[in-house]
Design a protein around this ligand. Sequence first.
Ligand SMILES: [Zn+2]
Length: 397
Amino acid sequence: MIRLFIFLLISSSIFASTVDRYRWDNGETYLVFLEKNNLPTRELYYNLDKDDQRLTEEMRSGIHYQILRDKNQHIEQILLPLNDELQIHIQKSGDSYSFEAIPIISTTKTEAFYTTITSSPNYNILKATGSKKLAQIFVSSFKHSLNFKNDIRKGDKLVMIYKQKYRLGQPFSMPTLEVAMIEMGHKKHYIYLNDDGRYYDDKGHEVEGFLLAKPVRGARISSYFTKRRWHPILHKWKAHLGIDYAARRGTPVHAAGSGTIIWCARMGSYGNLIKIRHADGYETRYAHLKSFRHGMHRGKHVKKGEIIAYVGTTGRSTGPHLHFELRKHGRAINPLKVVQVTTKRLHGKAKKAFLKLKKNYDESVTLHLNNQTVFKRLPPFEDMSYIHLLDKESSNG
Ligand SMILES: [Zn+2]
């Protein structure tokens, strides 16, 4: 009610403003973005503290952002999403601009659809939904258990139930698969998301196959992963997109998984940094290193567990530690969720709970199968001029 009132009140006063939606280009940097838009680099970058400067490095290609302009086409506000929870808010204040990190407001909906295979799951999901992301999460979830190339027949059926985040009426961020079912030659295959955040087949056996070891042996975690955190002393929103392992200077750092080194040099506040590219769009980063192990270079293939570098405190760092990041398709994810995965089988209480969950999922799948649920999404908002209001509301909380 209050929201509606505020909306009506302010939407009239910004009647002549316009909001435009843009896509962050490949290779675009925050500083270039400021210059391109004639925004002051001193206030919006050089005067910021190191943490905020670091946040600006998180902008990734393909991200959609919004610019609100007044009737004279002067920039009033900009929203730059950094991840699915935090965004940079640039706002005109007097003759200059202010910078602030604020939470993103999003709503999550559970969606489902059914489709019949005419060619391949990838093709038919894309055709039914137009979403590469949905096709991708479906195909990769069965990658270790089924062979779509050889065993798919025309007329096979699939059902997907997943959670999708929406921001300003637009789908936003990677969907989370809850249950996937594919019927191949009258045999149904399932994958379920359990309460522990891992995927299991119908027997309660884990299906994820990607494993990582802890990159520093015997080290204590001094800072955990968080996409957004309110700093009570600094009174601002921050993010820590990795895990810090406190360890003595010179402690060996191990490759968390096998892959190819794609960066082995200094990089801004990361200090000495190694990036390794792994299979399936995964990438790991090891920052603040004292030094690299002899022989490490870009293009080199490393094995899981191999020593690649030594703990240090280069870059923006207050003491010797390893800052470790895990990314999937460029998006930072919590390494602990994947690191601690060992393929497991559910037993006892955990299995009982899983079977209960599974029963509900199965009923939903059957429903969508019988109804032949068609994929549909609400059209995006036509008037986006109140974006800033919706997003601003949250920052007062
Ligand atoms: Zn860190």
